[in-house]
Design a protein around this ligand. Structure first.
Ligand SMILES: [Zn+2]
Length: 499
């Protein structure tokens, strides 16, 4: 046998398409070529595979070795293919029965002494291997993450020798039996925040309907503290959502920590972060902050300070829940169905409108500052509200605020109404669905038309007010939208005039 094939997987977005590693041994001067990898990585892969085979006292064939990673057009970061390449060489040179390699998939980086090191994207690979009914042999360190794919057959190994012993049936690898960690995420609690009843109400509405939200207020009013508590009033992630979150994180540079299984992401990138860090990118495209916030919260503090390109790039995912990254010849798509929670000062110095009279910002400066958030983006933020400095009496009151658990119970009831009625949160209703599900009475309709004219709101805003009003009605367990619900929803658009 001078040819062997081994199944492995690459990463594309959060998918793990199959890669076939073909190893040919041919006549001629000894050589070792790897086709299908970026040049810079070929040398390192060759060195690791050769050293690992020698260290384990296998014979490194003195033949012309050609390794082909197919299909060629897939992006491939090399180290994951060390194990399949080494096994392919053993199979092609008859040191391992080539048919023992069938029916299983392999990935893992080799150390020079033949130990297996974890690779990126274990969960995505395990999900894909499960889909075709194959067992997956991978480094022990990857097993807890891969095992989140329930029903996947995960065979963890520590060394190349263990894998060879398994394939030659000397000592079979044991299937990973660890269970996914219990899901009991701990978020900071709303009961820590005194006062700010109106802001808490707006956050509850945002949580109940999946609406994006912007808080405008001077520094020190607790905007960040309120935002950090937002994930704790959202419903628990479903199994499918938790898997998607883990899959996105598993392909990021930081990887996925299995201990955070079931936690709603809360990402709060600084405004100085680069566009690539936020949107995603790189030679082998990796998800950015907006994708790492998938099914969770993207908190952007000091919104006008973000790069304009970044702010504009938010529009696509806010509409579609995905982001496309085009980079040279390669393109990748990542999910990005995040809930945007943003905060900003009312003016560049932060004190516009407060009683101290400290603000010296001119109206032009204030307009320029707010103008950094373009109309189309501002339009897509359903709820905008002012966060005033808390009153003295609120801060000294001994009364603790309502707990996140109690707020979450109301949010979950409202979400359940939406699920039963239309199968999705109100924030995602299309125009036609709004016509069907967001009917209001005469009084409500008049109120809305009057407000639109008075506040000079766009036609898009009309639908957005209705979506929010629908959520407010759901929170009061009402099947139709009444004027009082419309009135509250209009309050959340009053700031529109200043953008
Ligand atoms: Zn100012």
């Amino acid at each position: 046998m001078t040819v062997a094939t081994v199944a492995s997987r690459a990463l594309a977005g959060i998918d793990a398409p199959e890669v076939t590693v073909e190893v040919h041994l041919g006549p001629g001067l000894p050589a070792f070529h790897i086709v299908g990898l970026p040049d810079a990585e070929v040398r390192e892969a060759r060195d690791r595979v050769r050293a690992a085979l020698n260290h384990a006292h296998f014979e490194f064939p003195a033949r012309r070795i050609t390794v082909n990673l197919a299909p060629a057009e897939l992006p491939k970061d090399s180290s994951r293919f060390d194990l399949p390449i080494a096994l392919g060489i053993l199979g092609a040179s008859g040191q391992l029965a080539a048919d023992s390699l069938q029916g299983q998939e392999f990935a893992g980086e080799l150390s020079l002494t033949g130990e297996l090191r974890p690779v990126r994207g274990a969960l995505a690979m395990a999900l894909a291997a499960r889909g075709v009914g194959r067992a997956f042999v991978l480094p022990e360190g990857n097993a807890p993450q891969a095992a989140l794919a329930e029903g996947a057959r995960i065979l963890p190994a520590r060394t190349l020798l263990e894998v060879v012993a398994h394939l030659s049936e000397e000592a079979r690898l044991a299937e990973y039996a660890g269970t996914p960690p219990a899901r009991s995420p701990a978020y900071p609690d709303f009961s820590d925040v005194k006062g700010q009843q109106q802001v808490k109400r707006a956050l509850e509405v945002a949580a109940a309907g999946g609406h994006s939200l912007l808080m405008v207020g001077p520094p020190g009013t607790g905007k960040s503290m309120l935002a950090a508590r937002f994930p704790g009033i959202l419903p628990a992630l479903s199994e499918a959502e938790a898997l998607e979150v883990a899959a996105v994180h598993s392909v990021s540079s930081a990887g996925f920590d299995a201990l955070r299984w079931g936690e709603r992401p809360f990402r709060a990138p600084h405004h100085s972060a680069s566009s690539a860090a936020l949107v995603g990118g790189g030679n082998l495209p990796r998800p950015g902050e907006i994708s790492l916030a998938h099914h969770g919260i993207l908190f952007l503090d000091e919104l006008p300070e973000f790069d304009r390109d970044v702010l504009e790039a938010l529009r696509e995912p806010l509409e579609s829940g995905r982001i496309s990254i085009a980079r040279a010849a390669r393109q990748a798509q990542f999910p990005a169905r995040f809930q945007l929670v943003a905060a900003m000062n009312p003016c560049p110095c932060g004190h516009c409108g407060d009683r101290s009279g400290r603000c010296r910002c001119t109206p032009e400066r204030i307009a320029r500052y707010r103008g950094r958030i373009s109309g189309p983006l501002a339009d897509r933020i359903d709820i905008k509200l002012e966060v005033p400095p808390p009153r003295e009496t609120e801060l000294t009151a001994a009364l603790a605020g309502e707990s996140s658990e109690r707020i979450r119970a109301r949010v979950e009831a409202a979400r359940e109404r939406q699920r039963a009625r239309q199968g999705k949160p109100n924030a995602l209703l299309g125009t036609r669905e709004i016509d069907r599900h967001c009917g209001t009475d005469r009084e409500g309709d008049q109120l809305l038309r009057h407000a639109l004219a008075r506040l000079l709101l766009s036609a898009r805003a009309y639908h957005r007010v209705l979506r929010v009003a629908r959520t407010i009605a759901d929170l009061s367990a009402r099947s139709s939208i009444a004027a009082e619900h419309i009135a509250e929803a209009i309050q959340y658009r009053r700031l529109d005039a200043s953008f």
